[in-house]
Design a protein around this ligand. Structure first.
Ligand SMILES: *Cc1c(COP(=O)(O)O)cnc(C)c1O
Length: 394
């Protein structure tokens, strides 16, 4: 016997309404307890094919190269930059929050020149600013933006920037970690060349995989690279030999995680993408209306707010961290605080995937009302839930 002390595993059942992970469906939970098979087992290979087909449905793409990268959303981000940039390339990156900053950091590490296009944290990247940056360079390899910036709650419009990337013959790269399966994402119709996501946000699976897709136009550029992709683990040419063109061993696929993703994607297909997006919109709107009726201010630019993640300003005199801690301890509800310059200034409330329900909207509003009252914040009794109910019924 070792003398290491440890506890018996018994995690609490939380209501996950933060920036991710979201709650998972019982069927996804069950999938993870299914018997393990080998990663080259014919049974598993069949599941891989179906997972790819379901991911194409979700991304709304015909791209051959569509598969889940082993690793969290950040692995998808790194795969995108490592494969499509190298020294000598120029990349324009929209930076209006934590994840834009991370994209710029990833791009910089490839040795490429990064031209950041910035906006205040809480506002969209203006297409005019992207165009000015495109004009200022001889040749831009790619333009990257975050669709749903999880640190600010902003939903970036993509149509105009997409058009610009075609006009200036650049690749268009979009982070859809917090939008895919919660907001509309149409990779082919919207002219997105490279796109990645994560499993633990609106897909409602555990963290650990990064759905990824890239079209032929983007992949053709990798053939012309002067250098090998620096990362062996994330080299798309090696990964596609396992996922797309054959079943050549590269690394052992996380079999159990792929069971979970397959089940999560099946649930999405059963609900239907349109119905799922409508559900997120409906609950996002009810939460927004409820919070506003409580006299609180939403942080993200009006007209560009995500429904999967709501940012709300902490009113003066209220200890934001104490409210978050009490929500977890006394109400079993997880929400998130602000990051970077928004630390201590906002709360972030997620309604993603399986967590996006009528009951969770009312639950978080009523718990928040109680705790805000305890903080001495004055509000009309039941104002938040009343507005949310009205919104849900309309
Ligand atoms: C969560 C998130 C990521 C990173 O995903 P991880 O799974 O935490 O690695 C990247 N981009 C956005 C927009 C995110 O919300």
């Amino acid at each position: 016997m070792s003398n290491v002390t440890y506890q018996v595993l018994n995690p609490p059942c939380r209501t996950l309404l933060g920036s991710g992970p979201s709650n998972i469906h019982p069927r996804v939970q069950m999938a993870m307890s299914a018997p393990l098979v080998g990663h080259l087992d014919p049974y598993f290979q069949g599941l891989m094919d179906e997972t790819v087909a379901l991911l194409r449905y979700l991304f709304r793409t015909q791209n051959k190269l569509t598969f889940p990268v082993s690793g969290t959303g950040s692995a998808g981000m790194q795969a995108a930059f490592d494969n499509f940039l190298e020294p000598g390339d120029v990349a324009i990156i929209g930076v209006n929050g934590v994840f834009g900053e991370r994209m710029a950091d990833n791009a910089q590490r490839t040795g490429a020149t990064v031209i950041p296009v910035t906006a205040e944290w809480g506002r969209i990247i203006e297409p005019e600013a992207v165009e000015a940056a495109l004009k200022s360079q001889k040749k831009v390899k790619l333009v990257a933006v975050v669709h749903a910036e999880t640190s600010t709650g902003v939903l970036q419009p993509l149509a105009e920037i997409s058009k610009l990337t075609r006009q200036y013959e650049s690749l268009f790269l979009v982070d859809t970690v917090t939008s895919l399966a919660g907001h509309e994402v149409a990779v082919d119709d919207w002219g997105i060349d490279i796109c990645y996501s994560g499993t633990q946000k609106c897909l409602s699976c555990p963290p650990g995989l990064a759905p990824f897709t890239a079209n032929e136009k983007a992949l053709a550029t990798t053939q012309k690279r002067a250098q090998k992709v620096h990362s062996w683990y994330l080299d798309l040419s090696l990964l596609s030999s396992y996922w797309v063109t054959g079943r050549v061993y590269h690394h052992t696929a996380p079999v159990t995680m792929i069971y979970a993703l397959h089940e999560g994607l099946a649930l999405i297909a059963e609900e239907g993408l349109e119905a799922r997006v409508r559900r997120h919109l409906r609950h996002g709107a009810a939460l927004h209306n409820g919070l506003r009726a409580m006299g609180l201010e939403l942080h993200a630019q009006e007209g560009y707010r995500t429904s999967s993640l709501t940012t709300v300003r902490i009113p003066s005199g209220v200890d934001g961290a104490r409210v978050t801690q009490r929500l977890l301890k006394e109400h079993n509800i997880e929400i998130s605080g602000g990051l970077g310059p928004l630390r201590g200034k906002i709360w972030r409330i997620g309604l993603m995937g399986h967590s996006s329900t009528d009951e969770n909207v009312l639950l978080v509003l009523s718990a928040l009302e109680k705790l805000l009252r305890d903080e001495g914040y004055r509000l009309e009794r039941g104002s938040g839930t009343a507005a949310a109910i009205e919104s849900l019924n309309s």
